[in-house]
Design a binder for this molecule. Structure first.
Ligand SMILES: [Ca+2]
Length: 501
């Protein structure tokens, strides 16, 4: 039987027919190791039979891009036509989140579908042996199944490009044990080059996009659908755009003076231009129709209060309070746009669905035909499947979808260190969102705040006293989540407001 399965799968995949397999046949293939056999059989048989269920998947992740940095989300300072194009051709979710307010924990959740605090990843990993002092594990536990593992097993070519930040002392090989067939520019290094250095910054996004296009051509030659993470590093500070990139934004700055917002505008404009080039490359290869593109950012904008990045940190969280590291909305709410022509409704703004990067694994596993997830992995997921929302369940233009589907599970966040930035950014150290309510709390009881995000998305009207029952319920929920977590690395200043000197 094993041999028969292997033969069936090898034959289908070898003929370039993997896209045409029925779910049952896929399931059969998945139980062998041969579903990725890509022997060099050339054929004229096309894969039009059922392409919808096996889309290519591209996750474009910007680094520290604020919710308010997109012109489609109200930015007046500069334009982002390429990302806006994704919104025009797909659905823009205004209530998209990440599972954390900084890089490493957010990325761990994107890959695993689990709360990063439960994986003992609380803050960005550092390479100088200070992870234990911060309470962090040294790396994302490679035994925890990732969405790349799952899609790889389902016959996808899996590729990581760019910033990674889930292991320490990264080498070009590090993402491979996490379910990737290929990894390029891991943590921005390849060979002797380091794209994080200032001389590389002006062309950093261009280089990553060049690589992504190259990798798409390579993946396409295998005849398998692909899963690609294009984890860019713009506009993480410090950015260093070229004179030419800066020129359009110099108009308000006297000669010889440099303004952070001028540098930032130039960097995001270049990021957007490169995303546009990437989308055009998908068009030129005629794979736009069968490709799900997700665009998001890993956390809110950095603060100019941090000296090393002060000269170029100028992102905007739009209407939201807070930024990177803060658990107010500006730190955790992210741009979230999905495009998959004829499946994800085009030109829709979904203001109802509360979705999170944490949901990526359950959602992609549900969207793709032929994916098998073992029950233990499924049970461990903290995220929910939002594939119905991707298909337009909360499209307000469709009268049949008016019934609002509340998010099935709450979202939890924690940040156990000080928060740099304006006092207005300094949130308590834990937060939960359930329905429209958001509750923030210090576990020693020193602060608690309740906001109704539907009425008060900017978190300006603290209302715990007016809603004692909601407050008590959310406090109990948050305490139960927090209790089993490691407390290592927690700083005394966590969740505190500064005192009067
Ligand atoms: Ca980041």
């Amino acid at each position: 039987m094993i041999e028969a399965r292997a033969l069936l799968c090898t034959t289908f995949v070898g003929l370039g027919l993997s896209n045409a397999l029925t779910p049952a046949a896929h399931a059969l293939c998945l139980s062998t190791d041969t579903s990725k056999d890509t022997s060099n059989v050339t054929t004229n048989i096309t894969t039009n039979a059922a392409p919808r269920a096996r889309p290519n998947i591209i996750v474009i992740l910007a680094d520290d891009l604020g919710w308010g940095d997109l012109s489609v989300q109200g930015n007046q300072a500069f334009k982002t036509p390429a990302v806006d194009r994704l919104a025009t051709e797909g659905t823009r979710f205004t209530q998209g989140y990440q599972a954390a307010s900084t890089c490493t924990p957010t990325r761990a959740a994107l890959l695993t579908g689990r709360f990063p605090a439960e994986l003992q990843l609380f803050s960005p990993l550092v390479e100088n042996g200070r992870n234990a002092a911060l309470g962090n594990a040294e790396r994302l536990n490679p035994d925890v199944p990732t969405i790349a593992d799952i899609l790889q097993r389902a016959g996808y070519e899996t590729v990581h490009i760019g910033k990674w930040h889930l292991t320490v002392g990264a080498t070009a090989e590090t993402p491979l044990p996490y379910g990737f067939d290929r990894a390029r520019w891991v943590d921005l290094r390849e060979g002797e080059r380091d794209l994080a250095t200032l001389p590389e910054r002006p062309t950093n996004s261009a280089t990553l996009v060049d690589t992504a296009i190259e990798e798409i051509d390579r993946a396409q030659a295998t005849k398998s659908p692909f899963y690609m993470q294009l984890w860019l590093s713009d506009p993480h500070a410090p950015v260093a755009p070229s004179e030419q990139q800066r020129a359009p934004f110099r108009r308000n700055v006297p000669e010889g003076i440099t303004a952070p917002d001028e540098l930032y505008a130039a960097a995001v404009t270049e990021l957007d231009r490169q995303i546009g080039r990437f989308l055009n490359a998908l068009d030129a290869r005629k794979i736009t129709e069968n490709t799900l593109v997700l665009f998001t950012s890993d956390n809110g904008p950095a603060t100019a209060a941090m000296a090393p990045v002060r000269w170029s940190a100028a992102g905007s969280a739009g209407p939201f309070r807070g930024g990177k590291r803060s658990l107010y909305e500006g730190g955790i709410r992210a741009p979230f746009i999905a495009r998959w022509p004829n499946v994800v409704p085009a030109g829709v703004v979904d203001r109802e669905s509360v979705i999170c990067g944490l949901d990526l694994a359950p959602t992609l596993a549900a969207l793709v035909d032929g994916v098998e997830v073992d029950p233990a992995t499924r049970a461990a997921w903290d995220g929910v499947d939002f594939s119905a929302a991707l298909r337009g369940a909360n499209d307000a233009r469709d009268p049949s979808s008016k019934a609002r589907e509340p998010r099935a599970r709450p979202l939890f966040w924690e940040w156990r260190y000080p928060i740099e930035g304006p006092v207005f950014w300094k949130s308590p150290m834990l937060a939960v969102r359930d329905g429209d309510w958001k509750y923030l709390w210090n576990p020693d009881g020193s602060r608690e705040e309740l906001f109704n995000l539907a009425a008060d998305p900017s978190e300006l009207r603290e209302s715990s006293a007016q809603h004692p029952e909601v407050t008590a319920r959310l406090r109990a929920m948050l305490r139960a989540w927090y209790e089993p977590l490691s407390k290592d690395g927690t700083r005394a200043e966590a969740g505190r407001l500064p005192g009067v000197p």
